[in-house]
Design a protein. Structure first.
Ligand code: ZN
Length: 198
């Protein structure tokens, strides 16, 4: 996946965030003037804008941009899509993998676009459950397929670094629609994504 920088940061947003992060550092007992921290508010301001750039992006447009007429109705599966997001409760990362499938109904889209749709919704403040259904709904609305399946497996740093410290727990969420509501189709998908999972 491409992790390119944002072309243009909004200076007013960067400045406002920098001021707040500088205050936050002081409140946390740090000296924002010391050498290692001097550029931290700016770096953090830009990192946060990068990690929430999905608000400005339109998942359906991305799918539309590579939508092709194709007369196939076999299940299309894209598995192990890397995923990095921020939990909206703690603004700490959660990360893992998304597995996505759809059954075309006259139209297909570029496989890389499916991965980009994951980024569009992941680069916002999220809960894993909503992220899962948003991806499903974008594919459903744009491609009008016979079915869509999305499974996300992720680890949440808010759980691993604080509170309960369940270090190895993986949260799995899923969203199925159409043909995938049938047990048979769903189990075919599950078989495909677990085939050589490590
Ligand atoms: Zn959290």
């Amino acid at each position: 996946m491409a992790y390119t920088k944002i072309d243009q940061y909004d200076d007013a947003v960067t400045d406002g965030l920098m001021l707040n992060y500088k205050n936050a550092l002081t409140l946390l007992g740090e000296d924002p003037g010391r050498e290692g921290l001097q550029k931290t508010p700016e770096r953090l301001a830009k990192a946060m804008q990068f990690m929430t750039q999905g608000y400005e992006q339109d998942a359906c447009k991305i799918l539309e941009s590579a939508k092709f007429k194709e007369d196939i109705s076999e299940m299309v599966v894209v598995k192990d899509i890397e995923l990095y997001s921020l939990c909206e409760h703690h603004i700490l990362p959660f990360f893992g993998k998304a597995h996505i499938a759809y059954i075309p109904n006259g139209y297909i889209t570029g496989l890389s676009k499916i991965a980009r749709v994951v980024d569009v919704f992941a680069r916002r403040l999220q809960v894993q459950e909503r992220l899962t259904t948003q991806i499903r709904d974008a594919i459903k609305e744009t491609l009008n397929p016979l079915g869509v399946a999305v499974v996300i497996e992720a680890q949440h740093l808010c759980m691993m670094m604080r509170g309960v410290q369940k270090q190895n727990s993986v949260t799995t969420t899923s969203a199925f629609w159409g043909e995938f509501e049938k047990a048979e189709t769903r189990s075919e998908f599950t078989k495909l994504i677990t085939a050589d999972l490590h």
